[in-house]
Design a protein around this ligand. Structure first.
Ligand SMILES: [Fe+2]
Ligand SMILES: [Fe+2]
Length: 160
């Protein structure tokens, strides 16, 4: 997991995550902080183990750590955050030693993480999509009633 650790120490990743933290300070809905990234990584890895999917753990962590990293670009410049995140991810992944093939796989997963059809897939993109949605604790959220997620999407019961 050495290369995933390098992502967490990369100045561009850290600076982006700090900007997102500042910009979301007063946000009542779900935040896109380091805890969210790690929740997504762990949930995706658990599903990969449970389902016997042969997606490398380090790629799962890379995609989870980077999937929302461009959120500040959405707030500041109106860039859709899947696209902003994919751009930042390319630089960070290259600096951290990921191959062009690995970068392409992570990029596709990041670009698909807001697309409902991605949720049907049994690959990195599908794992990321499902873990991202499953990570939100709607059952305990004070802003749940005001949240625009559809009732089917909200996590109101524990899933075994
Ligand atoms: Fe996102
Ligand atoms: Fe997310």
């Amino acid at each position: 997991m050495e290369r995933a650790d390098r992502i967490c120490r990369h100045p561009l990743w850290r600076d982006s995550m700090e900007q997102i933290w500042d910009l979301e300070r007063d946000r009542v809905f779900c935040r896109h902080d380091t805890a969210h990234c790690l929740d997504v990584a762990r949930l995706a890895y658990i599903e990969a183990l449970e389902q016997g999917l042969t997606v490398p753990k380090e790629l799962i962590y890379a995609a989870a750590l980077l999937h929302d990293v461009g959120r500040h670009l959405q707030y500041r410049e109106g860039v859709p955050h899947d696209q902003g995140s994919a751009g930042i991810a390319e630089t960070v992944l290259a600096d951290c030693g990921f191959t062009p093939e690995e970068r392409a796989e992570v990029r596709a997963a990041i670009l698909g993480h807001r697309d409902r059809e991605t949720g049907e897939r049994r690959d990195l993109a599908g794992l990321l999509y499902r873990a991202d949605k499953a990570s939100r604790n709607c059952l305990f959220c004070e802003a749940e009633a005001a949240c625009n997620w559809s009732p089917e999407k909200k996590n109101m019961i524990l899933k075994g």
